[in-house]
Each structure stands twice: as C-alpha cells, then as structure tokens.
Write a protein that binds this ligand. Sequence first.
Ligand SMILES: [Zn+2]
Length: 271
Amino acid sequence: MAKISINEELKKFKFIDSHMHLGVAANTLYYKYSDDRVIEIQKKFNVETTICSQTIGIMGDLDAQIEEIIKNQKKFGDFIYWQLVYIAEQSEKSLDIIEKYRNKINFAGIKIYSVGSELGLDDKKYYPLWEYAMANDIVVAAHTWSPYTENPKQFYSNPLLLESVLKDFTNLKVLLVHSGGKADFYDEVIELVRKHDTLYMDFSGDCFYPPVFKKVLDRVGKGKSLFGTDMPMMDIRYHLSNVIAADISDEDKKDIFYNNAARLFKLDKVY
Ligand SMILES: [Zn+2]
C-alpha cells in the first residue's frame, strides 16, 4: 500500500460526527474534562456538525439532560444537534420530553442504551418508542454490541434482536451505534443491514478496521456507513484515520464522513 499523509488527506473532507457525548461521566480519558474542551478538539479536526447525547440522560436523569441541552445549545449553537434519550423504565416521561422539546432544540433523533436498562432490544418495553419513532419518522440511535464478549450485559444490545422488531415496524429507522462493536461480528451485522433498508451503521468503537467500509459498500451499497467518534470516550484521530485508510473512492469517503449523516439526520447539507 502506498504511504499516505493523513493530514493531507483530511484536508479534502468535511465531517459530521454522528455520535458523541457531553456531560458528567463522559470524562473517562480526560485529565481536565470540560464540554468546551471536547468541542474545541472537534473543531480543531474540522468537524462541522456533531450529533450529541448528554450522558446524564443516558444514566436516567431526563430532566437534567434537558437543562444541559438548553444551556449548551445557547453556548454552542448550530454546531451541535441533539439526541434525546428514551429510558424504557420511564417510557411515558421520555416520550413527553421528546414531544415537548423536539421542535425547540436542534433535534437529531432518539438515543437508547439498552444495556443500562438491562432489557433486550426486542423487549416489549421498547414498543412505545418504536411506535412513536416510526409515526414521526425519527431516527433511533441504538447502542449495539457483539454477543461474542466476556460481558453478558452486552447481550441486551445484540443488533440481531432487531430482526423481530422490524417485522412489526417495517419503516423504523435505526442507527446501529458501533455497528455491533466487534470485528468478528461485522459480517452478521452487515447481513442484517443488507436485509433491512432502514438500518444504518455508525462506525465508532474501539476495534474496527479500514477494510470494513469496502465490505459494507460491496455487500449493502452506498449510504449505510456513518462516521462517528464516541468522543470523549474515544480519540477522534483513530476514527478519522480508519476511514482515510480504507480502499474506497474519495466520493465514498465524503459520503461516510458527511453526506450519509446529513441525509439520515435531514441536516440539508449534502455536498
Ligand atoms: Zn457513545
């Protein structure tokens, strides 16, 4: 393979980060964490728009989530689009908040973390969410992970559990956050996405690799892979260089870095 200069390559592209967080407990890797610092790093790497969920919401405090979003929207403006969290144990409250705020903030869909709720993605407690999301054409970003893991809690987030859900909710748009998480599981996740038009793959995580992007293009087609970082849990440079090193055209990289997210989240910015 010819030697490539990552810095030179990066100048060719614009970026939408389809997956990042702000807030309490997002500071695992930071000596001095602050929301400003995370956004500063994103801007340094030419991220133009970022799709964010507040970790405090994922931890179950839905009111604090909204307070943080309103505060941060004033501060960071249109740089950030927000995902509102659905907590299955607080179904009614979650949907009330989503309904009340989705037209008041830069709204980019709903986020779920089924591992935290210890409920499988096919659990009936998610059905009110699927109904609401499908009726309103809202994208649900679902944390997904491989069942081939030492951590049995991740079984709750096996994306293959969505197979039965999609029989009942055929037009439901789901972004598979982390694309199932582990390299030895990607073939099965790609096969799932191939069968369902409304599924998308977010390539944030800690063990993906450049050839996976060509694999998705060859087996599923264009428009399915999204660039995401999971900042500040992860380092953006890892995710940027994985796409840069992929054996695909610059047009396809443009789509992964930017256009696929712009289309899915209806940001009206395709270039
Ligand atoms: Zn995340």
